[in-house]
Design a protein around this ligand. Structure first.
Ligand code: SAH
Ligand code: MG
Length: 947
């Protein structure tokens, strides 16, 4: 190692320095660079914001020196802008090329100067952390007295390592490369210092004056007891487990000698010290032997992955050292658990889990709805932490602002909309189509994010098309996008280039591959080998839940989650998508043949939004079946062992259990509270009976009037309509629900199952058969042709407009119900809903909504559109005409023709009787082979009465 270092030292005098390096030599930290992003066309009237732009982004650099300041022209790379500014400054200062060549020497000279200062009397009396090291080395006994390990000098004096970095930028990624430069500088100070043969230590030639020694080194150190510091021992071989060790630190001796002994080397100078790991203020470092071969086979994958620098041989992970704050040795225990937590924190999802303090239950959510709903560190902060940890530059967020356009009249019905599809989480209404009022200063926001390496190379660029009404939502959602994509990459780091690009493109992320792989390839290779070590552990997981395998998948789900007190399930309120829920949760490790469960993690109050992916899928699936007060208990068998170890306080025992016994995780959760989505709360608070109930009653009235015997509920969700059909006697005999969401269907099945069994026993309802299908209502299934009545309540707005149009066509041309009832929100009514106090509570207080119609939000984050009366009327009328149905308009909540009309607008389509002959003729042109739906539950009066 030292040999290769030497040869690079001799090269140092040759290379020409960059202008920026020369400025650094001259001015050090007195030179300040400020980068500004420059839009391509800078005439846009939105001060304080970057401006929307098409092409690549440009940068301009302001360089401030003590006497002058310069501004560069614009460049596509930040680095070029900086270099150009530095060059301009040099010109202005009259520093010529030759002069700058001599600066190369200056750089080495400065190193010499710094070194001679570090060994001066003056420095010894300072409170610099390195000075405390020097004092400690003066307390070493015998031969070792006063020998200062070179690695300590680079690790503890930032100035020294900065100087080395300016000579050789590689020092930044591998701090150990600084050592040879220091040795070279020391060799020019032979009067002052001596260097060891192995070039691992430096010693002052002449002893410090005795007075100095007396006052600083000898006295004042009360002989405290031996102190023990817990640390983690990370063997180089992945076959060997990471172990806790105790460092016996004598307050009188030099702690690095203790570490040396643990590493199996003679003394402190043979120990290499990594830079600090984790937070900037931490003293967490890795210690490893300088005598290891620097061949890749001896690389310590775990230690290198953890520290982001190359580590060879066995390593010790400890928090110990001298700080600025005090001359005393600072130390904290590093438990095995902290080691595993550091490991977990290397990925975006791990960072999120740690920020929530719920490692085994939480997941990085996939959606950011609002600040009030988000729990844990905000996406933007997570991304900044991630970049800092991986030694990238701070991410660059550019907020782009567009005027909120008066939306063009959308080409309804059925015309595809323009580019702006996809989720708009805070619902920039595109539905204000028919209003021609001026939109004034309303603006919407997008946010682009760029990640740069330390050397300012662009490595990733995310430019989402979605716009948001709030700047913060734009920023957080863009950050979340980048985090989610990076998470995905970390799960499968060896993904082929093609797929890497296409997975990025799908979420508007462009990866600059050569720079990206330079930053992450090594890391991922290491991570892979670190995680591979668990493969054998993982295989000990035991799936203990094979018992309840039956053909009824829904029943199975309920059994699987072992929900307590299911009898009350029919009355309580269930969480639905976007509900904010609060649960208590505890996770234990269950080991085969061991009666005792070990609790790994438990929390009394854990809040999150359903449907955003904020917890492991099993928890969410269980919650969809639970009402407030109920508990569930279930086991899962597959979770990365490093997460289990990060959650457990007694990592050592868990580690041994995981490697010797069959284990699984048991989750116990209790649903404490459900806060319905805002839409539901408003509907409940402002309407009596609640709007949802009014819709169901409206449908019931039509069912009764029509004497229908068969019904399909398109988009039945968790079955609220089907549920009421069982309570109210009607002429219906067969009821069917279709939905695309399995979660909703599972819950519908559970509710209907309980209710049908019960009602049959007391007052038999007329219903003979009930079925639930999973599938999209935009696809025809011939089993559902020709029913008496179809309902589709508050569903179409959850589909993209083209899909809603497709559904309209298919339902009237293929399903052909005699009557079809479609309800959807009336956008115009939002003016009333959203000026209510209730919706005000949801907002950040600093962003109160003003309420012209076009600034109204959609009622629910999942709504893809909300139509005005005119839009809905237009759509339904054209649809009816095309398929020879009659259509009438009505609604619930509010009243027709008064103010904004009904809250929920309803269209009732009736097949025109003369068009088709009754009876068999109906089936004539139906292709009965179209079986696209998956039946997921069935109930039959006949069979259930027997059973
Ligand atoms: N009709 C129910 C649920 C309304 S929520 C009620 O009034 O309570 C909207 C429902 O539409 C959700 O359950 C969603 O899963 C469903 N949905 C959305 N797109 C769908 C599609 N293409 N096919 C079937 N269901 C769909
Ligand atoms: Mg809806």
């Amino acid at each position: 190692m030292m040999e290769t270092g030497k040869s690079s030292v001799s090269q140092v005098k040759k290379p020409t320095l960059t202008p920026k390096a020369i400025i650094y030599q001259k001015f050090g930290s007195k030179a300040t660079y400020r980068i500004e992003e420059v839009p391509e066309s800078s005439q846009n009237g939105c001060p304080g914001l970057a401006i929307p732009q098409k092409g690549p982004c440009h940068f301009r650099c302001y360089l401030q020196l003590p006497e002058i300041s310069v501004v560069s022209s614009t460049f596509t790379r930040k680095r070029d802008a900086e270099q150009s500014a530095a060059e301009m400054a040099l010109q202005k200062l009259g520093i010529s090329a030759e002069a700058s060549n001599s600066l190369v020497l200056d750089s080495a000279d400065e190193l010499v100067a710094r070194l001679s200062y570090l060994f001066s009397n003056e420095f010894l009396s300072s409170l610099h952390p390195l000075s405390s090291h020097l004092k400690a080395t003066l307390r070493r006994e015998g031969e070792l007295n006063g020998l200062v390990p070179v690695s300590v000098m680079t690790a503890y004096d930032p100035k020294l390592s900065n100087l080395c970095t300016s000579i050789n930028p590689m020092v930044d990624s591998n701090p150990l490369l600084a050592i040879p430069y220091i040795i070279t500088a020391a060799s020019r100070l032979s009067e002052l210092v001596a260097i060891s043969d192995d070039q691992l230590w430096i010693r002052r030639q002449n002893p410090y004056p005795p007075e100095l020694r007396h006052s600083l080194v000898d006295p004042g150190f009360h002989m405290t007891e031996n102190e023990c510091v817990e640390a983690a021992y990370i063997p180089s071989s992945l076959d060997k487990a990471v172990q806790p060790i105790m460092l016996n630190v004598f307050s009188k001796g030099y702690y690095l000698d203790v570490i040396a002994k643990e590493l199996g080397v003679t003394d402190a100078s043979k120990v290499l010290v990594s830079r600090t790991i984790g937070k900037a203020s931490s003293e967490m470092r890795l210690y490893f032997s300088a005598l290891e071969n620097s061949f890749s086979e001896f690389q310590n994958a775990r230690a290198s992955y953890l520290s982001g620098q190359v580590v060879y041989g066995n390593a010790i992970f400890a928090t110990i050292g001298y700080t600025w704050k005090s001359a005393d040795l600072f130390h904290e225990d590093v438990s095995l658990c902290s080691y595993f937590r550091m490991l977990a924190g290397k990925t975006p999802s791990g960072l999120y889990k740690l920020s929530r303090e719920v490692i085994l239950a939480a997941e990085l959510p996939v959606a950011f709805t609002s600040r009030t709903q988000w729990r844990g560190s905000l996406p933007r902060d997570l991304l900044c932490t991630f970049c800092r940890q991986h030694r990238l530059s701070e991410p660059v967020f550019s907020v782009l602002s567009d005027p909120l356009e008066p939306v063009q009249k959308s080409s309804l019905p059925c015309g595809p909309r323009d580019s702006n599809t996809g989720p708009r989480n805070d619902n920039v209404g595109s539905a204000a189509a028919n209003s021609n009022e001026s939109v004034g200063s309303e603006r919407i926001f997008r946010c682009e994010i760029r990640l740069f390496s330390k050397g300012q190379d662009l490595i990733l660029e995310c430019s989402p098309k979605q716009s948001y009404k709030k700047q913060n939502n734009a920023v957080q959602n863009a950050a979340l996008r980048v985090l989610s994509w990076l998470s995905m990459y970390f799960r499968e780091p060896d993904v082929p280039l093609m797929r890497l690009n296409s997975s990025g493109a799908a979420v508007d992320i462009k990866v600059y591959h050569s720079h990206f792989s330079r930053e992450f390839e090594d890391l991922c290779r290491l991570m892979h080998s670190v995680l591979k070590q668990w493969d054998s552990l993982g295989s000990n997981f035991l799936y203990l839940d094979h018992a309840n395998q039956s053909s009824n998948s829904c029943g199975n789900e309920i059994d699987r989650f072992n929900i307590k007190d299911p009898e009350t399930g029919e009355t309580g309120s269930y969480p639905s998508n976007e509900s904010l829920v609060c649960i208590s949760c505890s996770v234990s490790l269950v080991t085969d043949g061991d009666e005792m469960k070990q609790v790994l993690e438990s929390t009394d109050k854990f809040e999150f939004t359903i449907g955003t992916g904020a917890v492991i899928p099993e928890i969410e699936a269980a919650l969809m079946l639970m009402t407030v007060g109920q508990s569930a208990c279930f086991r899962i068998d597959s979770l990365p062992p490093e997460l289990i170890l990060a959650a457990a306080t007694d990592s050592l025992k868990i580690l041994s259990d995981l490697s010797t016994k069959a284990c699984c995780l048991e989750y116990s959760i209790t649903l404490l509270q459900v806060t319905d989505p805002l839409e539901d709360r408003i509907e409940q608070a402002l309407f009596s009976p609640p709007l949802s109930k009014q819709r169901v009653e409206y449908a019931l009235q039509h069912i009764k009037n029509s004497s229908a015997t068969s019904l399909i509920d398109f988009g039945c969700g968790s079955g609220s309509l089907l549920d009421s059909l069982i309570d109210h006697p009607t002429s219906l005999e067969k009821i069917v629900g279709v939905d695309i969401s399995q979660k909703g269907l599972v819950r519908a099945a559970r509710i209907l199952h309980l209710k049908l069994a019960k009602s049959q026993a007391i007052v038999p309802s007329g219903i003979k058969q009930a079925l639930l299908y999973e599938g999209s209502i935009t696809v025809f299934d011939s089993r559902l042709h020709g029913f008496d009545i179809g309902t589709c309540l508050e569903v179409i707005e959850h589909m993209e407009e083209e899909q809603a149009c497709l559904f309209g066509n298919i339902v009237l041309s293929s399903f052909c119900p005699k009557i079809l009832i479609i309800s959807t929100p009336n956008y115009e009514y939002n003016v009333l809903l959203q000026s209510s106090n209730l919706s005000g509570q949801e907002e950040d207080p600093d962003e109160k909504e003003e309420l012209p119609l076009q600034s109204c939000k959609f009622r629910n984050h999942d709504h893809k559109f909300e139509w005005t009366r005119e839009q809905f009327g237009h759509w339904a009328t054209a649809l009816a005409l095309r398929h020879k149905y009659g259509v009438e308009f009505s609604g619930v909540g509010g009243s027709a023709g008064v103010g904004p009309g009904f809250a929920s607008q309803i269209a009732v389509f009736r097949k025109e009787p003369q068009q088709e002959p009754e009876g068999d003729g109906v089936m004539k042109n139906v292709d009965t082979t179209q079986l696209h739906y998956k039946q997921i539950w069935e109930w039959n009066a006949a069979t259930s009465a027997v059973g």
